[in-house]
Design a protein around this ligand. Structure first.
Ligand SMILES: NC(=O)c1ccc[n+]([C@@H]2O[C@H](COP(=O)([O-])OP(=O)(O)OC[C@H]3O[C@@H](n4cnc5c(N)ncnc54)[C@H](O)[C@@H]3O)[C@@H](O)[C@H]2O)c1
Length: 350
């Protein structure tokens, strides 16, 4: 292993180009190869990519002269020089390319969700567990500075017993330039339930462990073909706490993106909302920490920095997310889907 990890990115859409810029900015990796079915992107024309992390200008062509480009992602995986494959493909394609990359002995970072279904998630994570290289799923909200800070504070026990927790993630389905409009095809994306709400389901798992059952309500078929567009879930831990999450991509195009949470404990309340990130203690004291670091402003930066550093330090990247937890979150999502469909509380089979 050199001083920089040699990376190949598969899929140069919103996430692949975001990862590209983060790798460049962190300086711990070198992008030596990219793959995409869109030849314009391979030639450096990224002007069709919607959304970026603010400091990038896609109107100018990207210099691809030192990067190997492939229209067949298997050729990138077969490139012996690539040490880490960063998979940013539409969700239904994750399994095929993640398993191929793991089998070729690569370290693999794969965007969330780990797979389109629980069966796929199991096949992927079992393959990853057999590998002597590293695998991580990009559940970036676990790494988002405010969420990480809240997790550390909650887990420290300083706030005492949990009373209630609510998580919310609602945005328009702003995926105008996505590949073949795949987000609105629920066989490919899993609808807002899997694609968007997974982050909060996974946070419930991250903060509080495994719920025993879920009761969900949802509507679908408005934005996506037949997937869930908006839902509410109650997660039951059989301990008297109230834990809820709401997720949806049904609002009109210009509706602002909202991600928020509130965790109420006996000694204080942690809250992320439009008024910022705050901790209100029962004794009346309020704190407003700013946990984001200048060079690691988002969870995507923290996540990629953590994975690359794990490879360089030869340390298993399972401090914040295990393969078992990746499977659990998809199992909970599938229970939520069944609960909506059958209008009943569903016990979760892990
Ligand atoms: N972590 C997050 O916050 C976050 C946000 C958005 C999307 N995502 C996830 O990232 C993944 C990608 O989403 P996106 O928004 O970048 O999608 P996108 O549609 O913008 O990009 C997908 C890219 O893959 C390419 N592609 C399609 N089939 C291919 C193939 N067979 N071989 C090579 N390239 C191929 C397309 O040409 C396109 O450039 C999804 O799993 C999505 O759920 C995560």
């Amino acid at each position: 292993m050199g001083t920089k990890v040699k990376v190949g990115i598969i899929g140069l859409g919103f996430m692949g180009t975001t990862h590209y810029h983060i790798h460049q900015k962190l300086g711990k990796s070198e992008i030596i190869a990219v793959a995409d079915v869109d030849e314009k992107k391979l030639n450096g024309d990224w002007s069709s990519v919607v959304g970026n992390i603010g400091d990038t200008d896609y109107s100018k062509p990207i210099d691809m002269s030192s990067i190997k480009t492939y229209t067949d992602a298997m050729d990138l995986i077969n490139n012996r020089e690539v040490e880490m494959v960063d998979i940013c493909l539409p969700t239904h394609l994750h399994e095929k390319f993640v398993i191929a990359a793991i089998k070729k002995g690569k370290h693999v970072l794969c965007e969330k969700p780990v797979g389109r279904t629980l069966i796929e998630a199991k096949r992927i994570t079992e393959e990853a567990e057999r590998s002597n290289k590293f695998f991580m799923n990009g559940l970036c909200v676990r790494h988002w500075p405010e969420y990480r800070h809240a997790w550390e504070l909650y887990k420290s026990g300083k706030l005492g017993k949990l009373i209630s927790a609510t998580f919310k993630r609602v945005s328009p389905s702003s995926h105008d330039n996505s590949w073949n409009d795949w987000f609105m095809n629920s066989d490919m994306s899993g609808g807002a339930l899997l694609d968007l709400h997974l982050h909060d389901t996974d946070l419930v798992r991250y903060f509080f462990g495994r719920p025993s059952s879920v009761t969900s309500f949802g509507v679908g078929g408005f934005r996506s073909d037949k997937g869930i567009d908006h839902l509410f879930t109650n997660y039951d831990f059989n301990d008297g706490t109230l834990i809820m999450a709401e997720g949806g991509w049904d609002p009109a195009k210009n509706t602002p993106f909202e991600m928020s949470f509130q965790i109420v404990c006996e000694e204080g309340t942690i809250r992320l909302s439009e008024t910022g990130y705050q901790i209100m203690y029962e004794d009346g004291k309020t704190e407003a920490p700013e946990p984001a670091k200048e060079n690691l402003p988002t969870g995507w930066h923290v996540e990629i920095d953590y994975f690359i550093s794990s490879i360089l330090d030869e340390k298993q990247p399972d401090k914040y997310l295990t393969t078992a937890e990746m499977r659990d979150s998809i199992a909970i999502i599938e229970a939520e889907e069944l609960s909506i469909k059958e209008k009943r509380t569903v016990k979760i089979e892990y």
